[in-house]
Design a binder for this molecule. Structure first.
Ligand SMILES: [Zn+2]
Ligand SMILES: [Zn+2]
Length: 255
């Protein structure tokens, strides 16, 4: 299995995953043009995608979903709450499949398992994509880490995990009190230290990649997120990366 975070942050999120001849996106929060360009930078094409799976209806996750679905006939998968909540932005889709949160969807050689996260959206989810040998978890836009979340992500070989903000930067930053409360709430986003603590509980020998994602450009700095993650990783040999808003990561292998 190979994956790349095409971009991550409040201005757009998308992750590319392929295994054998099957290729999917998790979210498409950039314009259709931008998604195509970022895939092209990896030597991949939008028209070869088999599906787009959508986590929730916020703009930074669904902005380009409708366009690529219509333009390239890409099937879209989400739960009902996300579809209803995002209807106006999504527009007409070339093909749509609904899942219930908790379902596992079999798509050719890939299994896509869905799990609930805690966020201010209709029915937000994360995904675990497996090919029978290795698995990748995508977990951003969650204000808290539940027992269920830990259970689900345990044993995955790759993690795309939210390191949204540094608490001190959020406190000292320009956000209004109300907005700070929203970000920090159980339905907001994970702080560096909470994410690091979560990561510590997920470490195991077969964990190969951890990508720090959905960093706030206002209330975080890549060095701070990395420092928090490194403080719990210790001597573990896994690869750590910070996903950027502007550029796709390289294609990373999970074996
Ligand atoms: Zn988001
Ligand atoms: Zn969101």
């Amino acid at each position: 299995m190979y994956f790349s975070v095409l971009g991550s942050g409040s201005k757009g999120n998308s992750v590319y995953v392929e295994s054998g001849t099957t290729a999917i996106l998790i979210d498409a929060g950039f314009s259709g043009k931008e998604i195509a360009a970022r895939l092209q930078s990896l030597g991949r094409r939008v028209e070869d995608l088999d599906a787009v799976f959508v986590t929730h209806e916020h703009h930074d996750h669904i902005h380009g979903v409708g366009v690529i679905s219509r333009r390239y006939q890409i099937p879209v998968y989400s739960n009902y709450g996300t579809f209803k909540g995002g209807e106006n932005i999504l527009g007409r889709l070339s093909s749509y499949s609904e899942f219930a949160t908790g379902d596992t969807i079999q798509l050719q050689g890939l299994q896509v398992r869905t799990f609930a996260v805690s966020h201010d959206a209709a029915d937000p989810v994360g995904f675990i994509i497996g090919n029978g040998k290795v698995s990748l978890a995508y977990c951003t836009d969650t204000g808290k880490v539940s027992h269920l979340l830990r259970q689900r992500l345990m044993g995955c070989n790759g993690l795309v995990l939210e390191f949204n903000h540094d608490l001190q930067m959020l406190k000292d930053g320009p956000y209004s009190h109300a907005l700070q409360q929203r970000v920090r709430s159980d339905h907001g986003h994970l702080a560096n230290e909470d994410a690091a603590c979560f990561l510590q509980s997920l470490l195991h020998d077969q964990l190969q990649y951890v990508i720090l994602a959905h960093l706030s450009t206002t209330n975080n700095h890549p060095d701070l997120a990395m420092k928090a993650a490194r403080s719990v990783v210790g001597d573990n040999l896994l690869q750590l990366r910070v996903a950027s808003q502007a550029l796709a990561t390289e294609l990373m292998p999970l074996k």
